[in-house]
Design a protein around this ligand. Structure first.
Ligand code: GDP
Length: 297
């Protein structure tokens, strides 16, 4: 599936630049490095990260006396894989119950991701509960409820405009009473202004600290890969406002160019933990850097 998702990425890249296959057919000369840098930038990796990758490849190729393009390709793969390994890639949700908060702007795929992740966790034999703490729009809770029915997991919601922290409080009470393993919280955590976001998350945090001291907690920023470098600017603002523990990158099956994954990990220093490769319930995958890089370069 990751291959299918990235096929589009590869097409996008070869439409605008040199394909990696063409590039790695020749010599590792100055032209090669220039064309590689250009191709990486066109793949949405961003100028800074692309330059860093090329510099590192030059350095290692010299140190390890790599002349052959195929070896060069393996070396680039190793470098990009290292760029992606910026933290723990798995979700740390071991205490019972543990909590994952989802933040991100409207339309990036938050609700869908919570639905897919519920199914994924349920498949691992874990008991999941959804908390509809995005009380800003009634439609958000309705959407989440549809996913809860589709996955066969419980949901806690209140009326539109309710206090998000109160929804979380209710969800935690229900989770404790029902022996839930993981509570997935859909927040309205979007960035109309940084202070609002911080206030909302701080209030939820205080409830969690009080009701579930010492519990594992993930704060996952959901990003739409098709927004490319613009999404990255937005992600930096989120990172300043909230203690993000991981990224879920959605819509990698769309018009996204895979380099954005590497740019996000490098420039934010936060690991991409899951990727979305479609709208279906099975279209969420734990992110595996080496596998991704091999499909990409
Ligand atoms: P939210 O506003 O952040 O909760 O976003 P939604 O979960 O409602 O998703 C917005 C749209 O993006 C919906 O039409 C989803 O089906 C679609 N979507 C979400 N994730 C993916 C993905 O990985 N790939 C594709 N192609 N579409 C996705």
């Amino acid at each position: 599936k990751i291959k299918a998702g990235l096929t589009r990425t590869k097409e996008n890249i070869s439409n605008i630049g040199h394909s990696f296959d063409q590039l790695f057919a020749g010599e590792l000369d100055d032209d090669f490095y220039d064309e590689l840098e250009e191709t990486l930038i066109l793949s949405d990796m961003g100028v800074e990260t692309a330059m860093k990758a090329v510099e590192e490849l030059r350095r290692r190729a010299k140190a390890e006396k790599i002349k052959n393009a195929e070896e060069g390709r393996e070396c680039l793969r190793a470098i990009l894989t290292e760029f992606l390994e910026v933290g723990d890639l798995s979700l740390k949700l071991d205490t019972k119950p543990s909590v994952a908060l989802f933040i991100g702007v409207n339309g990036v795929g938050k609700t869908t991701t919570i639905g897919k992740l519920s199914a994924h966790l349920k498949g691992e034999g874990r008991r999941v509960l959804m908390a509809a703490a995005d009380t800003f729009r009634a439609a958000a809770a309705d959407q989440l409820e549809i996913w809860s029915q589709r996955c066969g997991v419980d949901i806690v919601r209140q009326h539109e405009g309710a206090d998000p922290a109160a929804v979380v409080f209710d969800a935690l009470s229900a989770a404790k009473a029902r022996g839930t393993d993981v509570v997935l919280v859909d927040t309205a955590g979007r960035l109309h202004n940084k202070q609002n976001l911080m206030n909302e998350l701080n209030k939820i945090s205080r409830i969690l600290d009080r009701e579930l001291p010492g519990a594992d907690r993930e704060t996952l920023l959901v990003l739409d890969a098709t927004t490319g470098q613009n999404g990255l600017i937005q992600a930096k603002q989120f990172k300043e406002a909230a203690g993000i523990t991981g990224i879920v990158l959605t819509k990698l099956d769309g018009s996204a160019k895979g380099g954005i994954v590497i740019a996000i990990a490098q420039e934010l220093g936060v690991p991409v933990k899951f990727i979305g490769v479609g709208e279906g319930i099975d279209d969420l995958m734990p992110f595996e850097p080496a596998e991704f890089v091999k499909a990409f370069v």
